[in-house]
Write a protein of this length. Sequence first.
Length: 428
Amino acid sequence: MNFVKRAGMSLGVRRSRTAALLAIFLVVCTLLLGGFLLQAASARQEADAQRAIGVDVTVRKEGLSPALADRLGALGPVHRYNTEVPVRAGARGFTPLMSRVPEPGGASPEHDGDGDGGKGALSVHGVRDSGMLLPFSYGSTRITAGRGISSGDTGRGVAVIEQRLADQNHLEVGDTLRVRSADDERTAAVTVVGVFQDPTQDPTTWAPEHRLPGNTLYVPVDIARKLGGGAATVSEAVLRIGSPDQARQLHAAAEKLLGGDGLEFRVNDKAYRDQVQPIQRVGAFAGLIVWVIALAGTLILGLVVMLQIRERRFELGVLLAMGEKKWKLIGQHAVEVAAVALPAVALAALACSLGGQSTGEALLGHRSGPASAGRAPQAGTGPPTVRVEPADVGRVAGIALGISLVSTVVPGIGILRLHPRSVLTDTE
C-alpha cells in the first residue's frame, strides 16, 4: 500500500491523537504568525513615525544665505526644512504694542504723528515652515485662528500675527497689514492668514517694543528679505531627517557645502527616541518570539512523534517484515504531521485576522508623543495596522513544514535501527 494513503488512514483511525497534534500545531502556528504580523506592524508604524516625527538638525553658520539654506534642504536625507530670517520693521496703519512700564529716564517711545508704529517696533521673522519652529512644534505656542506659514507661501504676501497684537488692533484672518522697513524705505502689504498665541508674558520691566512677545510676526522669507533690503542672512536652518543614523551623512554634506569653519551642527533626536525606540523594541521582541516558538514547537512535536513511534513499534515491525522500506516508514510519519500542519496554518490565519488588530493595538498602542517630551501630538503615528498578508502566511507554512520534517526525521532515525524479528519478538 502507498505510504501516503497509509498515512491518511492512520490519521482517520487515531482521531484523538490527530486532534491533539492539530491543537499543538494550531498554537505554534498562531504564535508564529502573530510574531510576523507584529513585526510587520511595528515596521510600518516605525516608518510612519519617522516620516511624522523625524530628527531635527539645526545648522548655524555666519553668512548663511537663503540660497545656501535651500541647497541644504535639497540634500538627500532631508524631507522637510525651515529657514529663519529675523528683521526689524515698523507698522503702517496699525499700532504695535508698547511696554506698560515707563522707560528709565522718562524717554517716550518713537511714534509718528498719524499713530503708526515707530521704526523697528516689530520683530518680523521670515520662515519657510512655521510648524517646524520649536514653540509650534512642541505645542507651547499654538495657532488660534487660521493657519501657519508653509512652503507653499513662498513669494506670497502673508503673515501670522500674535493674539495680543490682533486684539489691540481688532485684526482678524483675512485683514491686510502694511509693514515698513526699519529705514522707512520699503513697504510690504501682507494678508493675515493666521493668529497665534504665545504663552510668554510681557516683561515686568521696561523693554523695547520689538522685544515684546505680542509684536512678533511670521512672514515668508521673501517678505523678510524685502524688508531687510535683501541683505538679511539666515539665522539658522532646521532640517528634518528620518533617523539619527542619517545625521552623520547630513553633517558631511553640510561641511562640504558650507565649509567646516564656524559651522554649528546640532542634532535633536529626543522626540524620535521617545516614540520610535519603543516601537523598535516591540519589533525585536516579536522577532525573538518567532525564534523561540519555532524552536519550542520543533522540540514538542519531536517528542510527540517519538512517543508515537514507540507506541507503534509492532505496526512498524509488521511493515518491515512485509518488505516495506524504512525511508517510507519515516515518510509516512512526515506526511501525517504535515497533513495536520497545513490546516493548522489556515486556522491560525483566520484567528490572527480576527484578533490581530486588537492585539497589535494593545502591544504597540497609539503613539502621539509622551507628555514628558512636551511635544505636540504628531500626525501619522496612529494605531498600528495589523493585517494578514499572503507572504506572512507562506512563511508560517514553510516553517510549519520545516518543523514537521525535523520533528519526524530526527526521531525517525530510530526506525533505521529497527529489525523486524527483534521488534516482533519484543512485542510478543
